[in-house]
Structure formats: C-alpha cells, structure tokens
Design a protein around this ligand. Sequence first.
Ligand SMILES: Cc1cc2nc3c(=O)[nH]c(=O)nc-3n(C[C@H](O)[C@H](O)[C@H](O)COP(=O)(O)O)c2cc1C
Length: 294
Amino acid sequence: MKTIRPSALDVSEFHSYFLGAVAPRPIAFVSTVDARGQVNLSPFSCFNTFGSNPPILIFSATRRVRDNTTKDTLDNVIEHPEAVINIVSYDMAEQMSLASTEYQKGVNEFEKSGLNELPSEVVKPPRVKEAKVSFECKVNQVMPMGTEGGAGNLIICEVLLMHIQESILDANGKIDPFKLDAVGRLGGDWYVRASGSSLFEIEKPNRNMGIGVDQLPLAIRHSDILTGNDLGKLANVASLPDEASIRSYADDPEVNAILVSGDTAQRQRALHLKAREFLSNGEIKKAWLTLLQS
Ligand SMILES: Cc1cc2nc3c(=O)[nH]c(=O)nc-3n(C[C@H](O)[C@H](O)[C@H](O)COP(=O)(O)O)c2cc1C
C-alpha cells in the first residue's frame, strides 16, 4: 500500500494522485460575466450537488499552482455573483475541453469553442444552447480554502431555474441517463462517458432492512465463488426462505442433478456456481433456495 502525506509531495505531484483517485467527477461547464458584462465559459470538475432544499451546487476554481494567479471564473463570480452551470454531454466534450484553454480575461470561450449562447431568464450569464441541462444560479458565497497556489475556492451556488431538454426525458418524464450521455473527468487526460454498458442499476436497499453480510451462513460468507457484490445482494433480503420452500426446491431438476452428484465439496461448489448465475440475473430468491440446499 502506498501511503502519501500531502505535505511531503509538491502540490502538482499530489494533485495528480488526488484527482486520479477521486474519479469520475461530474463537470460543471460554468458561464459567468465580469463587472463589464464580458462573458466567460470554463469547465470545473471539482463539482457536485450539495442539497436540494435549498437547491445548492458547488464547484471550486483553484488558484493556479504555477504562479498563484486566480481564474477568470473566480474573479467574475466575485464581481457579479451569478453563474449558469451547464452539464457536459459526450457530444460537446471536445468543445468543452477547448473552452478550458487559458484565454486572456475578456475572451469569450463561447466564441472560441463554437458553442452557442442562449439568453438566461433570471441571470445575466448566458446558457450553453447545446447543453441538455442548465442551471441558472445566484452565487451565495465564495469561500477561499487557502492563499497559496493550488488552493481551492468553494463557490456555493443556489439554483434559481433548471432547464432540461425534453429530448432526454423518458416515458415517465424523468431524466434518462442514456439520453443525458454525461461525461465525467478522471485523472490526467482521462474522461468517462456514462452510456452503454457503463451504466448499471442497483435497487435501493430493502426498506424492511436487509439481514446484513454478518448474518450470512459462514459457508456463503467465505465462499470462493461468490463475490462481494453477490454477498451484498444476498444480504439485502429481510428474511431467509422458509423450510418448506427450501425442501420443495430440492425437486427442481437442475438442483436435484447437483444434489445427487459428486462429494460434499463438489456439490457445494456447483450450488454456489448456480446461485451466482441466479444472482447475476437478479433472481435473489432462487439463489437463496439453491444455496440453502447445501
Ligand atoms: C474537464 C475539466 C475540468 C476542470 N476542472 C477544474 C476545476 O475543478 N477547478 C479548476 O480550478 N480548474 C479546472 N479545470 C481547468 C480550468 O477549466 C481552466 O483553468 C480554465 O482555463 C479556467 O478558465 P477561466 O480562467 O476562464 O475561469 C478543468 C479543466 C477541464 C478540461
């Protein structure tokens, strides 16, 4: 295990471990204006939601490590405390990256990136027309985390309006993650696209309270075949199947074939493999009935 004391490394070296590990991060594509109304657009992946009532988004514009200067976005939200936070989809990833170029103050990155401005309704900075989701925000607070190069500035934004392109809504009117096609940032030059087989679902834990991994029979808990994810699924049931169901499941042809073959260890292995198959199909009850045959 490599253990790092941040103060033992120079800031940029630590930064690369730090951002390589805390990944993927969503990207706020932030539009701001300065006191003269000049527009700026830049991406920030030190970004997240911070509560829904009031609806808060936070991001951080750090002081540059190389010369301890501040970024236009930070200067702008201090001069004019409003921002539009746009969500980055795959189809605008390259233009977003281009907009992160450190153009001089006063250069409008909408023009440089070729993205289009859409007037906002309640704040001065414009929205990104191509963004599937945009938040018009007022900036409630800017909190410096330090005074040296690399120090963050926590920018706390309150959402006044949220805009969602209708095309990314599903039949129930909710955001379809496949249609959002969001992009996240990892370490170095790496990004992630939230689409295709990268997306998977985990139902919320059982409201009736799952039994917990500590309550699993030892042979299941220490199985060489079942993974941590398998144990998590098994332990999410509120109770185990009753004796009668376990007994009658022994007549299932596939289970029965296992029960009459091999020695004890081979049977257990075959039952665990069968249970793993059920778990991967989301058939938790059948997995339990199979495992409890051993
Ligand atoms: C995907 C991505 C994420 C970024 N995240 C951050 C961040 O969280 N904080 C930061 O200070 N800079 C971040 N940057 C770098 C800024 O976008 C870059 O310094 C930009 O030039 C700042 O623009 P400004 O001076 O116009 O505000 C990021 C760049 C990219 C491409």
